[in-house]
Design a protein around this ligand. Structure first.
Ligand code: AN7
Length: 378
């Protein structure tokens, strides 16, 4: 029944998701996030570039992970699962914990000790996850999760779970609906490389409806996307994947063992969706590129100060990439560009406060002092 208000992405995109008709939907009304046009990054505007930010930080737990988690947890519950497990740099654990709470099942999360943002840890704790801080990094956690899932009754909800990517592909549908077509370029941060692959799946499904030359096998629907009636597009964007310099296996062309970056969300050296992401870049005629931590943080602040949008450092990597490639002319004038802002800035308040040079003064609680501060700073 169409009640007229939004009830989450499974209800919205049921026809393109591989879920049983009678399954109990576990949802927190995720998806339907805003696509915000940049207004103040003027030099981009001058080149006639339309730069949009898909603000995935406005999902219920503050990151894009919720798109995948609603589908993965719904499927896990419909299979009778009583527990889910993931390795995480933070956001997956927050999302898994919340959806497990909603479903009334247990969440076990493996996080790298001392290397996750405070907001994310707070979320996992509040939602009642069982938190295993490992003396190791995300890649160690991922290996352990895969091993233990063979020996204990738990469903993995990392993006190696295909239901995760099916949920995350819906972001591409929302973008095409909002723009009326696919963008020319889609800029996205890359860690474990699930999200770039999921977006490409979505774009390919959409293009396959109206272009018989597109034969991409899109996961569960095996390339037969004829059931997708709207929106339609013939265009597929070039996919541009950006990493942090200290955690850039795709730039190196090989896995790395000791990834390091201030953008802890993407501190990953052994991406699980390696082949899929490589195929995405090749098929879409896109590219990978990486940026050092200081440039990532400058871009995070640039967005916060000039557009009023506060994303976490990993997300700013996508915008650093877009701005770099616009400036270099790799993205030509008059292009339509979408950047995915994968997570909310509130996830990592420590980094924000540490790098900010905001004016923060302590004054007496007196009218005079307030007035003087205003007049001195107008
Ligand atoms: C904000 O939470 O891997 O390339 O364990 O949290 O699909 O891995 C997070 C990844 C980008 C990279 N931006 O996406 C985890 C985790 C943010 C993220 C990524 C992540 P993928």
């Amino acid at each position: 029944m169409d009640t007229g208000f939004y009830t989450g992405l499974i209800d919205r995109y049921r026809s393109i998701l591989p879920l049983a008709k009678d399954c109990k939907v576990i949802s927190l009304c995720e998806g339907n996030t805003p696509l915000v046009r940049c207004r103040n990054l003027e030099w981009a505007n001058r080149k006639g570039i339309k730069l949009y930010l898909k603000f995935e930080g406005l999902n219920p737990t503050g990151s894009f992970k919720d798109r995948g988690m609603t589908v993965a947890v719904t499927q896990a519950v419909s299979e009778g699962s009583r527990a889910i497990i993931c390795a995480s740099t933070g956001n997956t654990s927050a999302s898994a914990a919340a959806y497990a709470a909603r479903a009334g099942i247990k969440a076990f999360v493996l996080i790298p000790d001392g290397n996750i943002a405070m907001g994310k840890l707070a979320q996992a704790m509040m939602h009642g996850a069982i938190i295993l801080q490992i003396r190791g990094n995300f890649d160690d956690g991922m290996r352990l999760v895969k091993e233990v899932a063979n020996e204990a009754p738990v469903n993995i909800v990392n993006s190696i779970n295909p239901y995760r990517l099916q949920g995350q592909k819906t972001a591409s549908y929302e973008i095409v609906e909002a723009l009326g077509d696919a963008p020319d370029f889609h800029c996205i941060p890359v860690g474990n490389a699930g999200n770039i692959s999921a977006h490409w799946t979505g774009y390919c499904e959409l293009a396959a409806t109206s272009n018989s030359n597109v034969t991409h096998a899109c996961g569960f629907c095996d390339g037969d996307c004829s059931f997708i009636t709207s929106p339609k597009t013939t265009l597929r964007p070039k996919m541009l994947g950006y990493q942090a310099t200290g955690a850039a296996p795709f730039i190196k062309g090989a896995m790395i063992d000791e990834p390091e970056t201030v953008a802890t969300a993407i501190r990953i050296g052994h991406p699980q969706s390696w082949d899929f992401a490589q195929a995405t870049i090749k098929e879409s005629d896109g590219w990978f590129y990486s940026f050092p931590d200081d440039q990532i943080l400058v871009t995070q602040k640039l967005l916060a100060e000039n557009e009023g949008i506060f994303c976490e450092p990993a997300s700013a990597t996508a915008v650093a990439g877009a701005l770099h490639d616009i400036e270099q002319g790799n993205i030509p004038d008059n292009s339509t560009v979408v950047c995915t802002l994968t997570g909310h800035g509130l996830k990592d308040p420590d980094i924000a406060i540490k790098q900010s040079n905001a004016m923060l003064v302590t004054i007496d609680a007196q009218l005079d002092s307030v007035k003087r501060t205003i007049l001195d700073n107008l």
